[in-house]
Design a protein around this ligand. Structure first.
Ligand code: NAD
Ligand code: MG
Length: 297
């Protein structure tokens, strides 16, 4: 079976997809996504780059977060997974893959829009893993609408609550536990640089995540803690069918990138592994773009 290290043409590495129009209620399930995605179950090979690490990942049940969780486990880390209670089915699948590697999977469902839960999440991850030296802030909320007038206060505030406030609260709580060598990786987006007119609120949070990352990275560098970000381009995940994109846009999703296709979640995993592993010891405050070639500044 080919894995991420097999020499391959990036244009044809995965079967071509033209997703049919479809809709799932938020937050959406990988189990019901058509077509399904590659999260690395059969295609990610570990090479010992995160041996003994203890990582907390948000949004780890599906999509990019699930692919990162699998990769971290294959690289030798124990992982704590946060997701929404409605996503238990996806989370159980990922936990099974992780446990099959002989690594721990600590399941911590809960709503990141709740400030008290964010605090408890870090405490529970530390307890479940016996410590914490890696944090991946990956949960995100994306609801496409045609006009600013259609963004009510509730949507505006909940997008910021999940994408920005939770990242801040979790990072703040985690710092008390992170020893020198530890890492934080945040998840921004191509939307930080090329905002879609339908994603004004979401794109604004992604720009803020970039700036937060670059500021915090300088602040905690002397403590030996590295903070970086990953900026995905169009990746085929449940986010896109739970109102993340207008339904009409789904069949063409990702096809306007230079590579001509959407990315698969597992293609993001090596970026998170690199930024979490000590091999990136001189990389701080960086945003690593994984966009299929769409240019970023
Ligand atoms: P996804 O739907 O698989 O993951 C998003 C996750 O966010 C969900 O699984 C859910 O667990 C979590 N989440 C949402 N609201 C939450 C809440 N209130 N409390 C707790 N968890 C909550 O989709 P994905 O595309 O893998 O998204 C992962 C990250 O990647 C997001 O930050 C997203 O903005 C970012 N991203 C995705 C793309 C893309 O094209 N898919 C592009 C750029 C950035
Ligand atoms: Mg999910």
């Amino acid at each position: 079976m080919a894995d991420q290290l097999t020499f391959t043409d990036p244009v044809t590495r995965f079967p071509e997809i033209t997703p049919p129009k479809q809709h799932q209620p938020e937050p959406g399930l990988d189990a019901e996504l058509i077509p399904g995605t590659d999260r690395g179950e059969e295609s990610y090979r570990g090479t010992g780059r995160l041996e003994g690490r203890r990582a907390l990942l948000t949004g780890a049940d599906s999509g990019i977060g699930a692919a990162v969780a699998i990769a971290f486990a294959r690289e030798g880390a124990d992982v704590a997974l946060n997701y929404l209670p409605q996503e238990e089915q996806d989370a159980q699948h990922i936990a099974e893959v992780i446990r099959a590697e002989g690594r721990a999977a600590v399941l911590l469902p809960g709503d990141l829009a709740d400030a008290a839960f964010c605090r408890r999440l870090v405490a529970d991850a530390v307890e479940g893993l016996g410590g914490l030296d890696a944090l991946v802030n990956n949960a995100g909320r994306q609801i496409a609408v045609d006009s600013l007038e259609e963004i009510d206060d509730e949507q505006w505030e909940s997008t910021f609550a999940v994408n920005i406030h939770a990242m801040f609260r979790i990072a703040r709580a985690a710092l008390a536990h992170l020893v020198p060598g530890s890492t934080i990786v945040n998840t921004t987006s191509i939307q930080a640089y090329q905002p879609s007119p339908t994603l004004v609120d979401y794109a604004s949070t992604k720009a803020a995540i970039n700036t937060f990352t670059k500021g915090l990275a300088q602040q905690v560098a002397s403590r030996g803690i590295r903070v970086n970000a990953v900026a995905p381009g169009p990746i085929w995940t449940p986010l896109q069918v739970s109102d993340g994109q207008p339904k009409e846009a789904l069949p063409e999703f990702g096809k306007s990138t230079p590579l001509g296709r959407a990315g698969q979640p597992t293609e993001l995993a090596p970026a998170y592994v690199f930024l979490t592993s000590s091999e990136s010891s001189y990389v701080l405050g960086e945003t690593l773009a994984v966009t299929g070639g769409s240019p970023t500044p």
